[in-house]
Write a new protein. Structure first.
Ligand code: KG4
Ligand code: ZN
Length: 346
């Protein structure tokens, strides 16, 4: 079955064509991230206007890449939430129009739950054993940090999530305090990496929020305050420079990744899970991937670790199609609507 999926929940406009939930025939992504950089965050109005400009060319590009016509598509899939209302509406109304004009079935998709299905597509499965259940799935993006139990490819149970800022948001906000303009996660990763091989005399230890807490919840908002304090103190001493910024970036990355790994391993132990799946923009972080591998090894847990290629971690429409195939139910297009605050606690 060939599914054409459309994703427009934030500042990326994406379309993909995926066969049987696993085979990527096309994936096209346009991003307005660079336009928001100078404002220090995503401007919803600008994002929505860019969605309008990009949506049709992006869908056309996917059809061209896959060398299929709309007629050869069996089903449509569309992100209905959560996300920015203006951005979501562009995708939802476009998809409804295609459903109306072609008569194809259409599946509404929850963007956050869909992220984890990036792990099930063929390019994520190379060189590893198949995903076995129960699995613990960590979704870490700009707006969400959620832990789920998957007892099968369809059965998902929410276990915990962030009480305030998401992990990606913590990367983005601390990055801004450190003077980085573009998307925080990649900027922090790059600065932290530069420090890796050269030990620095300047040392700072940030908190690991809720790392020993019994629940599977997270809290990352305190990191901003901690970084702000460090930045101000360094400024006063005239010591805020490239090197100290690298050191702070390193420590932000260590703090966030320590908490994500430890909480996920706690969930693995309590649920006796056989697999760990991570997904979402923050799953692109190389230190997080490395730390998962080494911590699983050190813990002697028999659990297989899965992470999609970087291009499938950040927003795209491939996993929207995969989710629709494995877990979606077609709906009457008349009833589809954008749901900005769509619940993820299933
Ligand atoms: O999943 P995503 O593309 O969009 C949302 O659904 O939110 O995630 C975007 C988030 C941003 O906060 C971005 O800074 C973060 O993912 N991110 C990273 C990396 N690449 C993207 N965080 C840490 N390290 C990275 N390499
Ligand atoms: Zn996302």
């Amino acid at each position: 079955m060939k599914i054409l999926a459309i994703e427009s929940s934030c500042d990326e406009t994406a379309a993909a064509i995926v066969e049987d939930g696993v085979k990527i025939l096309a994936s096209s992504v346009a991003s307005s991230a660079a336009m928001h950089a100078k404002y220090g965050g995503i401007v919803p109005e600008v994002a929505a206007r860019e969605q309008v400009k990009c949506i049709i060319p992006t869908i056309k590009e996917a059809l061209t890449q896959a060398q299929v016509s709309l007629k050869q598509i069996d089903q449509l899939a569309i992100t209905v939430g959560p996300g920015l209302i203006g951005s979501l509406l562009v995708g939802v109304e476009t998809a409804k129009t295609i459903a109306f004009t072609t008569g194809k079935p259409i599946v509404p998709v929850n963007h956050v739950l869909a992220h984890m299905y990036a792990n099930f597509v063929e390019s994520s499965q190379q060189n590893s054993s198949p995903i076995t259940f129960p699995a613990i799935s960590l979704v870490v993006s700009g707006g969400h940090t959620e832990l789920f139990l998957m007892s099968s490819i369809k059965d998902i149970l929410w276990l915990g999530g962030t009480l305030d800022d998401a992990a990606g948001e913590a990367f983005d906000k601390t990055a801004r305090l450190l003077g980085f303009e573009n998307r925080g996660g990649p900027a922090i990763q790059e600065a932290a990496n530069k420090l890796k091989d050269q030990p620095s005399p300047f040392k700072v230890k940030l908190p690991r929020p809720m790392i020993h807490d019994e629940t599977l919840n997270f809290s990352f908002s305190g990191l901003k305050t901690a970084i702000l304090r460090e930045v101000n103190s360094l400024k006063e001493k005239n010591e805020l420079n490239e090197r100290t910024i690298q050191q702070l970036s390193y420590e932000v990355q260590e703090s966030i990744t320590d908490v994500l790994v430890q909480k996920t391993l706690r969930a693995v132990k309590t649920q006796k899970a056989k697999s760990i799946l991570i997904s979402g923009g923050v799953a692109a972080n190389l230190r997080l991937r490395e730390k998962f591998q080494s911590s699983i090894h050190a813990s002697k847990l028999t659990v297989n670790f899965f992470v999609p290629p970087v291009s499938l971690c950040t927003d795209n429409a491939v996993y929207i199609a995969s989710y629709a195939y494995f877990r979606g139910t077609p709906a009457d297009w008349h009833t589809l609507t954008a749901i900005p605050d769509m619940n993820v606690e299933v």
